[in-house]
Write a protein that binds this ligand. Structure first.
Ligand SMILES: [Zn+2]
Length: 212
C-alpha cells in the first residue's frame, strides 16, 4: 500500500502547477474531496506505486492516517519531469481499507523523513462470519451479512414467529421468569405443540394446528 505523509496545509501559487492548486498539505477544515484534489500530486513515485491499489495519507502533526483512496492510475505530472499524479477516488467510510486505517496511528514504517513510503498491508485476510467466503478487512461481517447469518439461523428453526417462540421457550427455561406470567404464550386454537431436542443441542418447537 502506498503511504504519503502530508504536512499542514500550505498555500500554493505555482502558475505551472498541473493541478492548479491553491493549497497543498492537510486541511482539517476542508472536505475529503478537497484534500484529495490538493494532495494527489505531484509526487516522486517509483515503479512500485503502479502496482499498488490504495494510497493512505497521514497528517504529520497528528501521526494519524487521515484519508485513504483507491488508485486508478499513476500518471506523469505535465511540466514536472519525474513527478507523478495519482488518479483515483477517495474511499468512503464504509470501505474496509478506510475502516482498517483511517483515524488510526500512522504505521511505524511510514514515520520516516521521506513522505512517500510503502507499507506491507497485513490488514484483513479473514472471512466473513456469515460463511459466504468473502475476505474482509475489519469487523466480523461484510456489511449486512450479519442479517444473513441471523436469518439462516431463524430458518433452521422455522419462521420468525417460530424462532421467537423457540427463543423465548429456551430463555425461560434458562432463567425462570419473575411473576410467572411474563413470556407466556396463549394458544387461541387447538393444536399440537412439539418440542424436539437433538443430541447436538438444537431445539425445535413446532405448533401444528388441528385440522378444522
Ligand atoms: Zn458474508
Amino acid at each position: 500500500m502506498l503511504h504519503i505523509t502530508l504536512t499542514q496545509k500550505k498555500l500554493a501559487n505555482d502558475p505551472t502547477d498541473p493541478l492548479g492548486r491553491t493549497f497543498y498539505g492537510w486541511d482539517e477544515h476542508a472536505t475529503t474531496e478537497q484534500n484529495w484534489k490538493n494532495n494527489r500530486g505531484y509526487w516522486v513515485l517509483g515503479a512500485r506505486a503502479k502496482r499498488e491499489s490504495y494510497v493512505l495519507f497521514s497528517y504529520n502533526e497528528q501521526h494519524e492516517v487521515v484519508m485513504a483512496a483507491e488508485i486508478a492510475e499513476i500518471i506523469d505530472a505535465p511540466g514536472k519531469p519525474g513527478k507523478r499524479i495519482i488518479e483515483g477516488r477517495p474511499l468512503p467510510e464504509s470501505h474496509p481499507v478506510y475502516q482498517a486505517y483511517v483515524g488510526r496511528p500512522t504505521p511505524d514504517s511510514a514515520r520516516v523523513r521521506n513522505p512517500v513510503t510503502y507499507i506491507d498491508s497485513t490488514v484483513g485476510g479473514w472471512l466473513c462470519g456469515c460463511g459466504c467466503g468473502t475476505e474482509i478487512f475489519s469487523g466480523e461481517f461484510v456489511r449486512g451479512h450479519e442479517q444473513t447469518a441471523l436469518h439462516q439461523r431463524v430458518a433452521k428453526i422455522g419462521t420468525i414467529p417460530d424462532f421467537l417462540r423457540w427463543f423465548d421457550a429456551l430463555h425461560e427455561g434458562a432463567t425462570p421468569a419473575a411473576g410467572g406470567s411474563s413470556g407466556s404464550t396463549i394458544m387461541s386454537r387447538d393444536g399440537q405443540l412439539d418440542l424436539a431436542v437433538s443430541s447436538d443441542g438444537r431445539v425445535r418447537l413446532t405448533f401444528t394446528p388441528s385440522a378444522a
